[in-house]
Design a binder for this molecule. Structure first.
Ligand code: ACO
Length: 327
């Protein structure tokens, strides 16, 4: 293995409050059966009032830093993938830096919707490879519950809140990030977006009343693009790593919809038993979904030392990304 970077530690946090499908049966015209059959979701976690996005990240980050055998002051950089940060600015990573006491670290956010964590991983990998950075904390986090229209059955049943983290450090020669791949297509931006709050639709009584601050999604179109973009991204990352899907021990797909995950795995020829799935418990946590799944898979022993893992994601933008990592 050439000198490069590796994932040295992982962590995650999900809020305590659980919303089951039965809750949505009471507030919109839906059923547990529809949600389970069409998405695979049984329940999701929702942040507590007063709990900020950065508050979800701190326990996830602490677990990852401790798992890496480091302390917060060892970090050179904090990268946070999120579209639901604490404030419009400064970046959410800034608040996390302060709460962790990671005073040696620079901090910045990436806006790539669900792909934010893997985009961050790709950036951390190249910065560590360059020799300029040693320990980079990458976080994927989202509190989409605040961007959800709780009266829209098409979207409100889908999302959950959470955070996941990984520390990227120089490779020890045994483990390593073998490849990363990122892509986007801005021509499709309006199929999945939150139009309000920026220069296009600034905060006003009108934009508040017409629902501009809620997430909008053309579900069927997103579904079709997601399967193709995720399988194409995975194939690109596999090719760059000089490997094939038959060498993959665990596929961690973005947990957006069980049918998207199954279709992607099928295209890649990866059997269900090698696919990590937790959408039933957390719903779609956007950029947090891959790092939450990654940490769970490691803690449960599903992803063991020596195994090779393929992560692949798709999200608003559209954006997509994949990474092949040996643990
Ligand atoms: N309960 C009951 N019926 C519903 C619900 C619900 N919660 N939501 C939608 N329906 C209805 C629709 O109104 C529609 O009814 P109609 O035929 O009378 O118009 C019917 O169910 C079928 O709607 P479809 O959109 O065709 O349903 P589909 O099978 O595509 O499932 C879903 C919808 C789950 C949203 C799916 O399209 C999906 O998962 N899309 C991708 C979402 C995704 O991957 N997002 C990724 C990124 S998220 C991010 O970046 C933040």
């Amino acid at each position: 293995m050439t000198p490069g970077s590796m994932i040295l530690g992982t962590g995650h946090y999900v809020p305590e409050k659980v919303l089951t499908n039965a809750y949505f049966e009471k507030i919109v015209d839906t059923t547990d059966q529809w949600i389970v059959e069409r998405t695979g979701i049984h329940e999701r976690r929702i942040k507590a009032p007063g709990q900020n996005t950065s508050d979800l990240c701190v326990p996830a980050a602490r677990e990852a830093i401790e798992d890496a055998g480091l302390t917060p002051t060892d970090l050179d950089l904090i990268i946070v993938g999120t579209v639901t940060g604490d404030m419009k600015f400064p970046a959410t990573s800034i608040f996390i830096q302060s709460k962790l006491g990671a005073h040696q670290a620079a901090a910045m956010d990436i806006s790539a919707a669900c792909s934010g964590f893997v985009y961050g991983l790709a950036l951390a990998d190249s910065l560590v490879r360059s020799g300029g950075y040693k320990h980079v904390l990458v976080i994927g986090t989202e509190t989409l519950s605040l961007m959800t229209n709780w009266k829209d059955r098409n979207t409100c049943v889908l999302f959950g809140d959470g955070a996941g983290a990984a520390v990227v450090s120089p490779s020890d020669g045994e483990r390593g990030i073998l490849s990363t791949y990122i892509g986007s297509d801005g021509r499709l931006a309006e199929l999945l977006c939150c139009p309000g709050g920026g220069t296009a639709a600034p905060p006003s009584r009108e934009t508040l009343e017409n629902g501009s601050f809620y997430l909008k999604m053309a579900g069927r179109e997103v579904f079709l693009h997601a399967v193709k973009a995720m399988s194409d991204s995975a194939l690109n990352a596999l090719q760059q790593a000089g490997t094939t899907s038959s060498d993959i021990d665990l596929l961690i797909p973005h947990q957006a919809n069980i049918r998207i995950m199954d279709a992607t795995a099928k295209r890649l020829g990866i059997p269900r038993e090698k696919v990590y799935i937790n959408i039933d418990r957390y719903g779609n946590t956007s950029s947090a979904s891959i790092p939450i799944a990654l940490n769970e898979a490691r803690r449960q022993g599903v992803l063991q030392p020596g195994m090779t893992c393929l992560m692949v994601v798709f999200g608003g933008g559209f954006t997509w990304a994949a990474a092949v990592v040996k643990f």
